[in-house]
Design a protein around this ligand. Structure first.
Ligand code: MN
Length: 202
């Protein structure tokens, strides 16, 4: 069964000025759509055709790089859309306590997310994740994902150039500052922490 493109959970103008409608239209409507299309073409008529996206990611890791890249990018982008919101929300009490324990404060966590994003060489993803009850910032390169890892991802930032080039050109720090300070969906992170298992593609 072919996968559908995960819909944006808000209007394409909702993240302005951090991320413009033009960027979202290309990033969601072209980049994300292409990953979905290529994955669907790769699984058609194979045993993967009826599997969940998470199972396809796990099965193709290290064995079928082309399929893995498109499946992981399909998942990562859907998770990324949910990681942002028109109005930045507040962490739950449970999440706030874990943030204080691991990072000292929410402001310190935000600064570390920005620093890790700026420092990430070339394309990839910067995650807030939980493992064994402890929070950490993790990085994955290119299409790599935490979807099939031992971490429970809570939030992700896309640091591929296509995420910000139309709005901020080469200035990745400006993109990260605008998103991290104003558009992170802490309610989504709180739900992921409370569930305790990895979010599934929707
Ligand atoms: Mn992207």
């Amino acid at each position: 069964m072919a996968f559908a493109l995960s819909p944006l959970p808000y209007a394409d103008t909702a993240l302005e000025p951090a991320i413009s409608a033009e960027t979202l239209s290309f990033h969601h409507g072209k980049h994300h759509q292409t990953y979905v299309d290529k994955m669907n073409a790769a699984i058609e008529g194979t045993p993967h055709a009826d599997a969940s996206l998470e199972a396809i990611i796990a099965a193709s890791r290290g064995t079928n790089q082309g399929l893995f890249n498109n499946a992981a990018q399909t998942w990562n982008h859907a998770f990324y859309w949910h990681s942002m919101a028109p109005e930045s929300t507040a962490p739950s009490a449970e999440l706030a306590a874990k943030i204080d324990e691991a990072f000292g404060s929410l402001d310190n966590l935000k600064q570390q997310l920005k620093d890790r994003g700026v420092g990430h060489f070339a394309s990839g993803w910067v995650w807030l994740a939980e493992k064994d009850g402890k929070l950490s910032i993790e990085e994955t390169h290119d299409a790599d994902t935490l979807a099939d890892s031992s971490f429970n991802p809570l939030l992700v930032l896309d640091v591929w150039e296509h995420a910000y080039y139309l709005d901020h050109q080469n200035k990745r720090p400006a993109y990260l500052d605008a998103v991290v300070e104003n558009k992170l969906n802490w309610a989504f992170a709180s739900e992921n922490l409370a569930r305790g298992t990895v979010w599934t593609y929707a």
